[in-house]
Design a protein around this ligand. Sequence first.
Ligand SMILES: Cc1cc2nc3c(=O)[nH]c(=O)nc-3n(C[C@H](O)[C@H](O)[C@H](O)COP(=O)(O)OP(=O)(O)OC[C@H]3O[C@@H](n4cnc5c(N)ncnc54)[C@H](O)[C@@H]3O)c2cc1C
Length: 484
Amino acid sequence: PMLGTTATVARTGRPSPRSAATSALRTSKLTSPGSSARLFSSSPRWDKQKLVILGSGWGGYEVLRKVDRKRYDVTVISPNSYFAFTPLLASASVGTIDYNSALEPVRRFHDITYYQAWADKVDFSRKQLVCMPATGSSTRKRINASISDATDSSIQPTASFPGYKPFEISYDKLVIAVGCYSATFGIPGVSANGYFLKDIRDSNKIRSRILECFELASQPTVTDVERRNLLSFAIVGGGPTGVEFAGELHDLTTTELAEAYPKLSRLVNITIYDVAPGILGSFDKSLAEYATAKFVREGIQIKGSRHVTAVHEGYLEIKEEGKVPFGLLVWNTGLAPNPLIQSIKELQKDEKTKSLKINDTFNPVTNEGKELKDVFVIGDASALKQKLPATAQVASQEAHWLSKILNAEARGQESPGGFTFHNRGTMAYLGDWSAILDRSQVEEGPKGELTGRTAWLAWRSAYWLQALSFRNRVSLAYVRDLSS
Ligand SMILES: Cc1cc2nc3c(=O)[nH]c(=O)nc-3n(C[C@H](O)[C@H](O)[C@H](O)COP(=O)(O)OP(=O)(O)OC[C@H]3O[C@@H](n4cnc5c(N)ncnc54)[C@H](O)[C@@H]3O)c2cc1C
């Protein structure tokens, strides 16, 4: 097929002037009015292999940083034009840090091509992707509003959004680092009435809603019951993210908001619900108990063995409790597969997580058992044989190792071989300058656990050191930004 022919030219090294001209002709033919997909012609740097990275999160951004961009023609495709430092999202959602300091823009790399787009489909045999621009949710909303029942492929560009149409892109090597989505387990009403905490946009929405709840609760017409309900903050999911958010929210409501709304602070109620009997199941038992005791002392309620059956506007339905009102619901119950990964049928997947199975050099495997040597899957979207948790630590170590593999190949050096994970411990912030640090499973350095302020110091300095740019290190100084 015509698209396939053009893509082959893009992949097979330096073409003759004639084949380049033919390729250009074919490309222009494809992009003539009426064609639904635009094929981006291959890079003018024929001596470089074309490396396409899907995603700008922990995995994708780290590959982008570490890969030898002089030897690869790098294209990044991601709906997010930035990398979000997820461990700081809970802090950003209560204004402890300025949200900009949790972000690093992809466009600070001037030697790459970036498309703000979703990869919707991968054709592994033709080494091509179909992508859809993701130029802001408002764009999508506006276009969707004008076309009823629009699907991505049916959306047509309007005068204001001429670039809003699907396009195809070819690759020599492909890195899939698209992460996961938040799991709702099919519980009705979660997406419509709750808030996820997965990205900086979520943090901003949560911060606005917290302040909105306090302002609404201050209105003269609000009844006592309505006021209490507005100041009930429900967190579903007692993993590290839910716990950190509870700790940060408690800090906020007992300090700045207590000063700003002195009559309201005693009405605030923060509750964590989980199907498990307690919180922080992935941490060492003594640390989970430490966190529980601290929260109970501070008045944060922990309700284990609770089954949420539905979420409505302003109230939860819980099997064990009936209707439970809330002003804000933050939902954090784990991960669901990314739709792109769901759309891939020809590769083997992990039975439980539905992530793509990979070997120790990150290559996925076809259903027939063939390893795809030019495709690499890392981070939450991937599943190594040795089951690893879906964490930033795993994604960034995998990305670092993958860059070594790619760089060795481009430089004609020996491959560094298979990847091994080095557990450096897990941490969670509990609020009030206190944290827990679990190093019971680490292979290097001191083993054991830390709690309280020492753990907080370790928590804070780890993020300080990991924060990527100097600008962000400086702005990670303690700032609470309460403007909505
Ligand atoms: C609030 C929060 C706090 C966390 N705290 C910690 C912590 O303290 N320590 C820790 O180790 N882990 C933490 N994690 C987990 C960690 O963030 C994830 O494990 C990590 O982000 C996984 O990296 P990834 O690259 O696989 O995916 P992500 O970082 O999620 O990145 C996925 C990227 O792919 C893009 N994308 C999605 N779909 C497509 C598509 N179709 N085409 C192209 N691009 C696409 C996304 O926009 C994003 O840029 C936290 C997570 C959250 C949400």
